[in-house]
Design a protein around this ligand. Structure first.
Ligand code: ATP
Ligand code: MG
Length: 417
């Protein structure tokens, strides 16, 4: 039997929880059989930041990146290994240019999605560049901020065009708040966006061909934002939310991303779906954490064993052709986008592969999650995340939610045996 060893690299910042879980599951998974009886083994290493020759061959076959959005050295390393060495990347740095809200809004509006009305206004304060004053004096036109706000209607949201983690986000109720928020925006470039008075907030996390839709409560503290709730959307709306998440990812070639949608009277409004580094923290995902790690392992293994080719190019024309189909309804277009997205993610092949080559993975993850290794990770994570006086509270809280997952998953796995 031939054997292939695959090395997965993790390009990490400060996270310790999901990488430890990922490494552990991969280790427990053991060899995987591929087509024609091939045998595949997997190793995982954390990538160090060090000088590299542009002609050096990397040792990695696949890299999961959580760093390069912020730092240039790892970003340039990723570009090199993508262009020169065919390393498979989650996600490709060539898509960062559109990994702000703005480009993602534009693309999804172009495809006919219900993105709330959004306006980009110029910087409140000039950026720190000697030439800008001249340019601004010559070309910046005075504009009527109040008129823009009136057109959008109050309340509205003012938020950075490239935001994340609520930085600079404000809900603006009137003219006074509008000016206060704009004055405070300083050198940040801001969108004004129509507020959706939603019934329910659905946030999905996609890893390759899999998507988990979760009920999100942004008004809650971090550890309570994801509610454990399996039937908060009608099947039709749930499917639409999944399609939107996959569509965004297939369009931009993002393979690890989260997507925020607001649902009002059965209509789905996407508001934020460009996350270079979607939240995978044990403390926020809690019940859904084992699913996320398992999906990540599955997608990496699928990619490596089947030799899925990384795609640096996008294929926007195929999506635009559907958007422009004469007489096509919104539902028709969504169905077309879903087909393109499923083709990009090879959803059917992925499902077959998981059934055939990874039938034992559910048990492996359950065994890990129900045992002392997971509990140790939970305790470590709480200790490094919260102040000492909150440790007991958070350990109990997370153990409760995690125990619920173990019970639900045990039932699910037994049912399928
Ligand atoms: N158009 C909108 N209508 C209603 N609520 C909105 C809208 N835009 C933003 N919000 C609210 O503001 C929050 C933060 O907005 P947004 O997600 O755009 O910013 P962010 O900085 O990316 O935050 P995060 O990191 O939590 O995703 C959202 O979770 C939502 O509660
Ligand atoms: Mg958001």
């Amino acid at each position: 039997m031939t054997g292939t060893r695959h090395l997965i690299g993790l390009l990490l910042g400060t996270e310790e929880d999901w990488p430890s879980a990922f490494e552990e599951i991969l280790r427990r998974l053991g060899p995987v059989a591929g087509a024609g009886g091939t045998r595949h083994t997997f190793d995982c290493e954390r990538i160090a930041i060090e000088p590299f020759s542009l002609r050096a061959r990397p040792r990695y076959d696949l890299a999961i990146d959580r760093l390069a959005y912020w730092y240039y050295h790892p970003r340039e390393w990723l570009k090199k290994v993508a262009l020169m060495d065919g390393v498979y990347l989650l996600n490709s740095p060539f898509t960062f240019q559109s990994m702000e809200k703005h480009a993602a809004y534009c693309a999804m509006m172009r495809l006919g999605l219900k993105v709330p009305e959004t306006v980009l206004v110029p910087y409140k304060n000039p950026v720190d560049n000697a030439r800008y004053a001249y340019t601004a004096a010559r070309y910046n036109r005075p504009f009527d901020l109040d008129a823009i706000a009136r057109r959008i209607g109050y309340p509205l949201f003012m938020k950075p065009y490239d935001g994340g983690a609520w930085r600079g986000v404000s809900r603006v109720r009137d003219q006074a708040e509008l000016h206060a928020a704009y004055d405070a925006s300083g050198e940040m470039l801001m969108h004004l966006q129509q507020a959706i008075d939603y019934d329910v907030f659905a946030r999905s996390l996609s890893v390759g061909a899999e998507t988990m839709v979760m009920r999100f409560q942004p008004e809650q503290p971090m550890h309570l934002r994801y509610a454990v709730d399996h039937e908060f959307l009608s099947p039709q709306v749930g499917a639409e939310v999944v399609t939107i998440g996959r569509l965004v990812n297939a369009f931009f070639r993002w393979e690890l991303n989260s997507c925020e949608t607001l649902v009002k009277d059965g209509e789905v409004y996407p508001i934020d779906y460009a996350n270079a580094c979607p939240d995978l923290a044990l403390t926020s995902l809690h019940y859904y954490f084992p699913w996320a790690i398992k999906a990540l392992v599955k997608w990496c293994v699928f990619t490596l064993v089947t030799g899925r080719q990384p795609r640096l190019d996008t294929d926007t024309g195929a999506f635009f052709a559907i958007a422009d189909r004469a007489g096509a309804s919104y539902a028709d277009k969504l169905a077309g986008y879903r087909q393109l997205a499923d083709a990009y993610f090879e959803t059917e092949r992925y499902d077959d592969f998981c059934a055939r080559s990874l039938p034992h993975l559910d048990e492996v993850v359950l065994d890990w999650a129900a045992g002392p290794a997971f509990d140790g990770l939970l305790i470590e994570t709480v200790r490094s995340t919260y102040p000492a006086h909150e440790h007991d509270h958070f350990i109990a809280h997370l153990r409760g939610l995690h125990g619920l997952w173990v019970r639900d998953e045990t039932t699910r796995v037994r049912r399928h045996q």
